[in-house]
Design a protein. Sequence first.
Length: 318
Amino acid sequence: MNKEPEKIADSLSEINGLEIKKNYSLSRLTSIGTGGRAKIYLSVARVGVLRKAMKLIRGPFFVLGSGTNLLVSDRDFPGVIIHLGGGFRRLRLKGNKLTCGAAVPLARLVQKAIENSFAGFEELTGIPGSVGGAAAMNAGTHITELGDLVETLWLVDTAGIRHAFRGGAIRKKYRSSLAPVPGVITSLSFRRLPGADPRVQTKRAESLAGERKLKQPWRERTFGSTFKNPPGKIAAELIDKAGLKGFRIGGARVSPLHAQFIENDRGASALDILQLVKHVRRVVGERYGVPLEPEVRLVGFTAEELGDLEPYAVSTIK
């Protein structure tokens, strides 16, 4: 029996202000509804507490925000799951600067930014999840990504050291983390530039929200978009052309409404969904010669289960 998680939990329990839960169920925390138990689940409310915790954590860890854009294995996660709350939910406007904690819902940031004439945020309307999660994948559209708007990103690294990254130090790759080093993103700031009109932004945001409600399966259990768009192509169009809309493995199916979404409509297991992701990727690759890369973050699967998706997994289990 691996006693390392118990040792880590005992060490963490000495930190004031840290809420610790053992063998905590994750399935109720993910939007797709999968996930086993976390050996250690930490709820952190302050940066100082997070810094102390990161100094003690050994082995795999993962930050769980609002649970979107995630496919978590149904087996128990042997490491530490970190959840940010409390002070990480603060959103503050001072002068031309908007500072936002990583636990703030992205929708709340977008609304606040539009109300105060921060240009570009209207394009992020309707994207689910938290600000930290959006930063961890540079969420956005073909017009604007979060990385285009960030001025400063704060992060606590795996040694518990806090960093502030600005300008060229912030990574701005398509659907990749904005953070240049491993750790926990804690907050971001944005600067207001002249020229934005809240009335025009609001109209654009309302239009986008309406389009997404019509075209995306927002009533179903999904994790959001499954694949990144290949250069010069649209993943949903390739999946649709391959005749995969409605295709099912177990309780998981490709949405009949939008081919980029996988639905958990019949109590799907995490492996049902993973096998469906792999099947869609294989069929599109064979028919069109396009290797689709997953946008969804894969957590807690073995290398054997992942197969050729292993290089894209956030965390693998031996």
